[in-house]
Design a protein around this ligand. Structure first.
Ligand SMILES: Cc1cc2nc3c(=O)[nH]c(=O)nc-3n(C[C@H](O)[C@H](O)[C@H](O)COP(=O)(O)OP(=O)(O)OC[C@H]3O[C@@H](n4cnc5c(N)ncnc54)[C@H](O)[C@@H]3O)c2cc1C
Ligand code: SF4
Length: 327
């Protein structure tokens, strides 16, 4: 299918990009690996595309004075995966970035685009005018829902958030910087993605004229270990069927602090406070791990075809908690 015509602007500055974004139907073009497919398949339209490609300030990975890291939104996923400091200090992020798509897509796709990408629900990506596209009903609810969510749908929309990097960044307590006509704001990434109950047509809290410019990682803490594990239906590139990001601080044998975030589980990177509660202040022995794995799925609400995800997450949590205890 041919894409309809639209003006294409290569903004020379952030200010210029934001000015263009204020016009009706304007959209941001970063690496284009998700956006161009959506436009070609007419999932949504654009009256104007604003390319960020000339905004070099939005590229690159820099150490901060406080020991943390700033990653520009236009930094490619491949750069994140290969960066020495990320591999050494935030290994779960390097691992998650390596798990994204294929080498070609990692070279072209950006971290900002990965965090802001659109959902993969096949009804949404197909010709169905579902709730998320402004229609009247969710086709997945009574339809083919084997890859859909088991948490956080609100009974409204059952997408899973598709990014591998976002759950890990939430586990690391990353902040994102957003710039718009009213200035700059920083938001914990944990609060950046929107649930269907907030607004079924939006995946993030970004306003249409705002740009995600940077991701900030806090300095790594003494005694922490982190990991990301992704399960998919096949060995080559694929989105997460189920995944878990762990960021645990140990004191002696015990877990002093825990951040546990699930992917492939919910419309947003899903923080499992149940698992965090089950392991904090405890040794990761057989009893604790079994209780935590059970707690992970206690509140799951599977659909007709995705109940297998309950057992999958239970097993995944069990394996990953054992692995990090022995690391
Ligand atoms: C075949 C295939 C397999 C894939 N597999 C995986 C996978 O396994 N795991 C995974 O995590 N991802 C996967 N992806 C998604 C891929 O990682 C994303 O397409 C990519 O990260 C998007 O980055 P981009 O720079 O190309 O974004 P674009 O396509 O340019 O933009 C994506 C969306 O984000 C918006 N956007 C982009 N940058 C910004 C910004 N700075 N501020 C505000 N909005 C912005 C755009 O307007 C657009 O709506 C896959 C994609 C494909 C096509
Ligand atoms: S799950 Fe969401 S995106 Fe998919 S059909 Fe239902 S409303 Fe649409």
């Amino acid at each position: 299918m041919l894409m309809p015509n639209f003006p294409y602007v290569r903004a020379k500055s952030l200010k210029e990009a934001i000015q263009h974004l204020s016009s009706e139907g304007a959209r941001i073009h970063a690496g284009g690996t998700d956006l161009l497919g959506c436009l070609r398949d007419e999932i949504f339209g654009a009256r104007k595309l604003i390319s960020l490609s000339q905004l070099n300030d939005l590229r690159g990975i820099r150490s901060m004075k406080d020991g943390g890291l700033r990653i520009g939104a236009l930094t490619t996923i491949a750069e994140v995966a290969h960066h020495k400091i990320i591999q050494d200090r935030y290994p779960a992020l390097a691992k998650a970035a390596f798990e994204v798509a294929s080498p070609q897509l990692r070279n072209q796709g950006t971290l900002g685009g990965n965090i802001c990408q659109k959902p993969r629900c096949w009804y949404y990506r197909g010709e169905f005018q579902c709730l998320r596209k402004g229609g009247e009903k969710c086709f997945a609810y009574k339809g083919e829902n084997e890859f859909h969510c088991i948490f956080g749908s609100g009974g409204i929309c059952f997408i899973v958030h598709p990014s591998d990097t976002a759950p890990v960044l939430v586990a690391y307590e990353a902040m994102v910087q957003v710039v718009g006509p009213k200035g700059t704001r920083r938001i914990p990434l944990e609060k950046f993605h929107a649930l269907p109950s907030d607004d079924v047509q939006k995946e993030t809290v970004l306003k249409s004229n705002e740009i995600l410019t940077d991701v900030f990682l806090p300095p790594p803490m003494e005694g922490t270990r982190s990991s990301y594990r992704k399960v998919r239906t096949r060995r080559s590139w694929d989105f997460a069927l189920a995944g878990v990001a762990l960021h645990l601080r140990f004191k002696g044998d015990g877990v002093e602090r825990a951040r546990v975030v699930l992917s492939g589980a919910a419309p947003i990177p899903w923080r499992s406070k149940e698992v965090e509660g089950a392991i904090t202040g405890r040794r990761l022995d057989g009893g604790t791990v079994a209780q935590a794995a059970e707690a992970a799925v206690k509140n799951a609400q599977p659909l007709e075809h995705n109940a297998y995800k309950v057992a999958l997450f239970r097993g995944l949590l069990e394996e990953e908690l054992w692995a990090i205890a022995k690391a």
